[in-house]
Design a protein around this ligand. Structure first.
Ligand code: ZN
Length: 234
């Protein structure tokens, strides 16, 4: 009898061990943030000719979600052999390689976006101290509401991209996405639909920020563009 009680005690221990082993199977490596606990997914190893855009389409995942979940700053340079975490996928899929000429370039400047908050720009888009600044910096006190620049869908919410701190990424029409970095608080979740002007986060200084500000980016198919080309003049 005593022996049986000990056996029963072992069952939850074994189950817990199995559960941990399963999570371990999709745990990210260096360079890819831990995302499996929230979504589950598989790893896809990039083969020759597979672009991030094609991989995203094959798995039915937004390009920006793949980009930000995997901490990819430059979508045009994904090395062959790189392992990408595909959130939500149940098995590894075959992805057709890219054939030049199939994609028509997106038309920039179509989506009309609004200022995410009112501020005077402290740092513009382009070269800064020899490094490329991918967006504009809008200084504001910690806690200032950050508003969606246009109607869209939350395709990333988290802190997986080095330097960005707590970041929200919204996907809009015409392959345009907007990025809101260094937040103190994030108020939306991945998959949420948001309206232009809706408060999505609050200003902070998480990540690489010397003082509280919003780092704001506009990207077309994941590639940064100058936000000033999209924002109305003040
Ligand atoms: Zn910045």
């Amino acid at each position: 009898m005593k022996f049986n009680i000990r056996l029963w005690f072992l069952i939850p221990v074994i189950m817990l061990t199995v559960a941990c082993a399963q999570y371990g199977g999709v745990r990210s490596e260096r360079g890819a943030p831990q995302y499996s606990a929230d979504f589950g997914g598989v790893y896809h190893t990039v083969e020759k000719g597979q672009t991030l855009w094609r991989i995203a389409k094959a798995y039915g995942v937004e390009l920006e979600t793949l980009q930000w979940v995997n901490g990819i700053e430059d979508v045009t340079a994904i090395p062959v052999g790189r392992r990408l975490f595909i959130p939500g996928a149940r098995r590894v899929l075959h992805v057709e390689p890219y054939h030049p000429g199939l994609l028509k370039p997106p038309s920039p400047g179509v989506v009309r976006i609004a200022w995410p908050l009112t501020a005077t720009i402290s740092s513009g888009f382009g070269l800064r101290n020899g490094k490329k600044h991918q967006g504009i910096d809008l200084p504001a006190p910690v806690g200032t509401p950050v508003r969606a620049a246009a109607d869209g869908k939350v395709v990333y919410s988290g802190h997986g991209m080095r330097g960005y701190g707590n970041v929200v990424v919204l996907k809009h029409a015409d392959e345009v996405s907007t990025v809101y970095a260094h937040n103190s608080v994030i108020l939306v979740r991945m998959g949420d639909r948001v309206k232009k002007g809706q408060i999505i986060s609050r200003v902070g200084k998480t990540g690489w920020a010397t003082g509280p500000h919003l780092h704001f980016e506009v990207r077309v198919r994941g590639v940064p563009e100058n936000p000033m080309a999209y924002l109305p003049r003040t």
